[in-house]
Write a protein that binds this ligand. Structure first.
Ligand code: GLU
Length: 479
């Protein structure tokens, strides 16, 4: 059997971390088994679906490296299939037209509430006679199509994550609507549960891997597979992603869209790595840094937790830093460019490469997120620097301005890390001050701050750009 799995996002919003994590697990499972990963866009909700969300979803999956083998398929292009299936269920007597109006449904629910019963459809139109149907039609009522669910039916499956799961037919809310009333279409607009089953059968999906919030749908869908005389796939319900406080992760918890993680400076392999750990652990439990390909080799549902996975920003940051620190400068530079551009820094990638690459190397070791590079590199892009109050205060210290004065005459020669270090050393000796006095004075003059990237390297790059001399001069002239 060739494993065939799918991710089936609805384009009613941007690619969400929950959907992306489900996509990761599907992808890993497919790759582990040498199977196929299929992309299906579930766009039957015409009011809420938007092409820009589809665009965002495709882009996000591609960015993360979750390449698909077939699709994207669009449900709106497959309506005939759903109608055929609906017709088949009607013909078999497993589905029927229900004419109950929304007011009648409302009254039914109120009565159930008063009796302290759970709300459910009471199957009242299951056995209408042709005459009763004709009478409703004559009234102009638009029917929905309902699929019969027997109360005493027990639905059981072996879930790859949760083990045996059982569901009682009586707990599924009564006969379910599989197609909504529609003026134009005689058998209505297909709804989620029907469309998913028809597609999963047609696309020969062997394993349905999706969030735990779909468990009740699975019970209903198994009944539809049986009714359509198809093989029921294997199900795996992955744990939900929880907020750091343990609630279901929602928009209120801040960033949840993949595009926002990207904007904040997380790199795709790090985010994909982190998402893999949201519910799964490597067989070598201490191994936490791996590519998707590496994880795929060892992926199995035996190591997927049942408990919800708490979102941990500190862990994501740490993983991101593990990818950024060793990254080769040319590659990291490409990733930093958009962040610098967004900050309004001016440079020309090609003609400035000679100092941009060393700058990138200098920043790499301290980066957690790409956007950290913006404040850290401000002094390299500015033509003049503004001294912070602390920097100004330090330059008033005994020895500080003297150090600048002693260093200035050396700035017309080329400067390398060794010569820069020697110069600091020599100045310290001559002035008989402590080394930090000289170093802080230099840093204050060069960057306007007292803290930042490695001083010697910073100085070398600024020297290369001819920016060190004017900065030291401007501090020196303020005597
Ligand atoms: N369109 C559904 C969703 O986005 C798909 C669920 C499924 O995988 O069946 O939640």
């Amino acid at each position: 059997m060739t494993v065939r799995v799918r991710i089936a996002p609805s384009p009613t919003g941007n690619l969400h971390i929950g959907t992306a994590r489900t996509a990761v697990f599907n992808w890993l499972f497919a790759r582990h088994h040498g199977g196929k990963f299929i992309l299906r866009i579930e766009d039957t909700d015409v009011e809420r679906s938007k092409p820009e969300y589809t665009e965002n979803i495709l882009e996000g999956l591609q960015w993360l490296g979750l390449t698909w083998d077939e699709g994207p398929f669009f449900q709106t292009q497959r309506l005939d299939w759903y109608r055929q299936a609906t017709q088949e269920l009607l013909d078999k007597g497993l589905a029927y037209r229900c004419y109950v109006s929304s007011e009648e449904l409302e009254a039914m629910r109120e009565a159930q509430k008063a009796r302290k019963e759970a709300p459910r459809y009471d199957n009242r139109h299951r056995n209408l006679t042709p005459e009763q149907q004709a009478a409703y039609e004559a009234e102009g009522r638009q029917p929905v199509i309902r699929f019969k669910i027997e109360d005493d039916r027990e639905i059981t499956w072996q879930d790859l994550v949760r083990g045996q799961v059982s569901w009682q037919g009586a707990d599924l809310g009564g006969d379910m609507v599989i197609a909504r009333a529609s003026q134009e279409i005689a058998i209505g607009q297909p709804l989620y549960n029907l469309a998913v089953v028809v597609d999963d059968i047609d696309m020969q999906i062997t394993h349905v891997i999706r969030g735990e919030d779909h468990i009740a749908n699975t019970a209903k869908q198994i009944l539809l597979y049986e009714a359509l005389e198809a093989t029921v796939p294997t199900f795996a319900h992955t744990p939900l992603i929880l907020s750091p406080e343990g609630r279901k992760l929602s928009k209120r918890d801040g960033v949840t869209a993949i595009a926002d993680f990207k904007k904040m400076g997380f790199v795709a392999p790090a985010l994909a790595n982190y998402m893999t750990l949201l519910g799964w652990s490597h067989p070598e439990t201490s191994k936490e840094i791996f590519t998707l390909e590496e994880a795929a080799k060892d992926f199995s549902f035996d190591r997927v937790n049942r408990a919800g996975a708490k979102f941990d920003w500190a862990k994501l940051d740490w993983i991101n830093s593990q990818y950024l620190h060793p990254m080769p400068a040319p590659e990291l530079l490409e990733l930093l460019v958009p962040h610098w551009q967004a900050a309004g820094y001016e440079f020309d990638l090609e003609s400035d490469r000679a100092w941009l690459e060393p700058l990138t190397t200098l920043l790499a070791e301290s980066l957690t997120r790409l956007e950290d590079a913006v404040p850290m590199s401000k002094a390299f892009f500015a033509t003049t620097v503004e001294l912070s109050p602390e920097a100004t205060a330090h330059l008033e210290q005994p020895g500080a301005k003297e150090a600048i004065e002693l260093i200035l005459p050396h700035l017309d020669q080329p400067l390398e890390a060794t010569t820069a270090s020697e110069l600091i050393q020599k100045t310290t000796k001559e002035l008989k001050v402590k080394k930090p006095v000289v170093m802080k004075a230099l840093r204050a003059a060069l960057t306007g701050e007292l803290h930042g990237t490695d001083l010697v390297q910073t100085w070398v790059i600024l020297h290369q750009r001819g920016l060190d001399k004017p900065r030291l001069e401007s501090v020196n002239s303020e005597q």
